[in-house]
Design a protein around this ligand. Structure first.
Ligand SMILES: Nc1nc2c(ncn2[C@@H]2O[C@H](COP(=O)(O)OP(=O)(O)OP(=O)(O)O)[C@@H](O)[C@H]2O)c(=O)[nH]1
Ligand SMILES: [Zn+2]
Length: 356
């Protein structure tokens, strides 16, 4: 259902803030009557914005602070809170980027020592990290004096509200796995991400096989051997075709919700020896930032209350059940490993509880 007036205003403020971040403009984030004005390090014209004297304060993620070995007395209260550090000006853009971007750590290993400081507005800083993730940006900011695009810490919740999704288009779409298939396009008035469902085969009263597939441009389109996404996608469509019917939910949650560019940064970290879990964390993100309530809402709109879920990931089962979907059965997805994804598949099994 479309958002109501207040939620619409909140989603709009969040959307404007995310758009500003992607353009390198500062945003103001309000919480508790106070505002933090934040310039995104990744996209901003830092040279133009940085002062030549005084101090420069940065807001970085807790995990980035851990990598920088910042002894933090404030982190003890909540180890997930972002951290503020202040450095004497002047600093070049390259120096700031080297502090915040973990991919550059091998090239610039000597940094600091830095000292962490109490966050003046922890809820606003935390919300800013989330807005950066929604924008697919590195979560790191320079504190500045002013900003034109103002959002509130709680606005991102309305922006990401799965209930706002509706079915916007529907058509027949014969695919290689099955000429009897229908595609549904989902859209929300909160966020610009379009999701897709493919209903494969002839729908009847039996419980369908469902696959939640998170977008993976490298695997789905380019045939990347680093993951198992492409083969899983095609195997799922074949399996649905062999059963009576099935539903593929193609969720636009690239890189487990951190976005394509951040996933490529995670791959660069994997080239340096970190696994998929550590790479996400070093970038300042959760191991899995996906929101499965979107999938539950899509199933609801398709009138599919009961499913057999094709997955090795118990969190998908729990995430859907928490949103009211009945998962009658979990069907494992078995894909032969290759030398490039063997370690990734082992990491999913050993560190994120994937089962076969
Ligand atoms: N951040 C990050 N994302 C990755 C990496 N490798 C693959 N992905 C993303 O992971 C998602 C694929 O996950 P899925 O196959 O849907 O789910 P899963 O958690 O592996 O569980 P299954 O249902 O068992 O496949 C896609 O969005 C990929 O882009 C990686 O190394 N880092
Ligand atoms: Zn993939």
């Amino acid at each position: 259902m479309p958002l109501d007036g207040a939620d619409k205003a909140a989603a709009r403020r969040a959307a404007r803030a995310i758009d500003a971040l992607r353009r390198g403009w500062p945003i103001g984030v309000e919480a508790g009557g106070e505002r933090l004005n934040l310039l995104p390090v990744e996209t901003a014209d830092l040279e133009a914005a940085l002062p030549s004297s005084g101090t420069i304060s940065l807001i970085i993620s807790a995990s980035r602070a851990a990598t920088l070995k910042l002894l933090n007395q404030f982190a003890a209260a909540d180890p997930n809170l972002p951290i503020q550090i202040s450095l004497p000006a002047p600093l070049t853009a390259a120096e700031i980027i080297a502090i915040v971007d973990p991919v550059l750590d091998m090239r610039y290993p000597m940094k600091g020592p830095f000292r962490s400081e109490a966050l003046s507005n922890a809820p606003a800083a935390t919300a800013a990290m989330d807005l950066a993730r929604h924008g697919g940006l590195l979560p790191a900011f320079v504190l500045v004096d002013s900003a034109e695009d103002i959002t509130r810490a709680e606005d991102a919740a309305a922006f990401a509200d799965a209930d706002a999704l509706i079915i916007s288009a529907h058509a027949r779409l014969p695919v290689a796995a099955n000429s009897e298939a229908h595609i549904y396009g989902f859209r929300s008035d909160a966020d610009a991400t379009d999701h897709i469902a493919l209903v494969v085969g002839k729908r009847d009263s039996s419980t369908p096989i469902v696959r939640l597939h998170s977008e993976c441009l490298t695997g789905d389109v380019l045939g990347s051997l680093k993951c198992d996404c492409g083969p899983q996608l095609h195997a799922a469509l074949e399996q649905m075709s062999e059963a009576t019917w099935g539903v593929l939910l193609y969720l636009r949650q690239e890189g487990r919700g951190i976005g394509l560019i951040n996933k490529l940064r995670a791959y660069a970290l994997q080239d340096q020896g970190f696994d998929t879990v550590d790479a996400n964390q070093r970038l300042g993100f959760a191991i899995d930032a996906r929101d499965f309530s979107i999938a539950a809402r899509m199933l609801d709109l398709l009138n599919v209350p009961k499913i057999k879920l094709l997955t090795n990931n118990p969190e998908k089962v729990e995430g859907l059940e928490a949103c009211g979907v009945t998962v009658e059965e979990r069907l494992p997805v078995k894909i032969a490993a290759n030398p490039h994804n063997e370690f990734y598949l082992d990491t999913k099994r050993d560190r994120t509880g994937h089962k076969l």
